[in-house]
Write a protein that binds this ligand. Structure first.
Ligand code: COA
Length: 261
């Protein structure tokens, strides 16, 4: 983390010519995404959605780690505020220009599911991926329960979600989750080349193509995202999440055996 970075982490927002680079920087927590960080990404995305001096987005994590997902201790939204992850996923889905993700080290939770809304995803060959939603006593979010089975088939999606097991970059590639696997030393260059090339493409055709590839008009995805987040936040109030969060803080295995449904 940069020396003067705030306690809850930050998003380093840079304009590099026609490219908007967003760096998730909360390295004391493996770039866990705090409410503040979600809201900074929402602001950066929403304020450039119609500003066509920006033609592509480059998303990465600081210090060779993509993200450990939602800050496990930071799920609570101030009263009356729409939860920050909900705002973030909407901004990502609605963003009209291409998003390139540079994935290294770890991608966990929403650090994986957000990739479903990026366009070109390059991952270092030693990246570890994991979606431990069930393990935390919650359900998958960000449209992943809708998109993952369509991407890789229901049995493979179920294995990753219900077990919440770790998988590597080669498997992520085979499952269609990422565009390419690269040696660690080459990922940043590849991402830079992609955003540079994208920023030279004709913008109208590129935006129309992104929309067609993603079928953003589909209401089914929007409805599923809303239902997932409803169940996700309901889960956060329950005893299964309480035990998972306690176990995480106490650095032990959770014990769900005595929790009634
Ligand atoms: N939220 C808050 N803090 C987190 C975090 C998260 N998502 N992920 C990691 N951290 C913190 C750890 O608590 C630890 O803090 P400490 O140094 O004060 O003890 C620090 O970051 C380093 O993590 P550590 O677990 O020691 O590193 P690791 O390399 O052994 O494991 C992870 C990294 C990401 C695999 C592991 O930390 C993990 O499983 N984190 C939780 C991920 C998660 O459940 N995300 C939410 C999904 S909804």
């Amino acid at each position: 983390m940069t020396q003067d970075a705030p306690k809850n982490g930050q998003i380093i927002v840079e304009r590099l010519g026609a490219v908007l680079r967003l760096t998730m920087d909360n390295s004391g927590k493996k770039n866990a995404i705090s409410r503040e960080m979600y809201l900074q990404m929402v602001e950066a995305l929403d304020s450039t959605a119609e500003d066509h001096s920006i033609r592509a987005v480059w998303l990465r994590g600081a210090d060779g780690v993509f993200s450990s997902g939602n800050d496990v201790n930071g799920f609570n939204a101030p009263k009356g505020e729409e939860p920050a992850p909900v705002q973030f996923v909407r901004s990502l889905i609605n963003y009209p220009k291409p998003i390139v993700a540079q994935v290294e080290g770890l991608a966990v939770g929403i650090g994986v599911t957000l990739l479903l809304h990026c366009d070109i995803i390059y991952a270092a060959d030693d990246t570890k991926f994991r979606m431990p939603f069930v393990n935390l006593g919650v359900v998958p979010e960000a449209g992943s329960s809708y998109l993952l089975p369509r991407l890789m088939g229901a049995p493979r999606a179920a294995e990753l979600i219900l077990l919440g097991r770790v998988f590597g970059a080669a498997e992520a590639h085979e499952l269609g989750l990422i565009s390419r696997v690269l040696p660690q030393a080459e990922v940043a260059d590849a991402a830079e080349q992609a955003v540079t090339a994208l920023s030279k493409q004709p913008l109208r055709a590129m935006m129309k193509s992104r929309a067609l590839l993603r079928d953003v008009s589909g209401e089914a995805l929007t409805e599923r995202v809303a239902e997932e987040f409803r169940q996700f936040f309901e889960g956060l109030q329950g005893p299964e999440f309480a035990e998972a969060a306690r176990a995480f803080m106490e650095k032990r295995e959770p014990d769900f055996s005595k929790i009634a449904v």
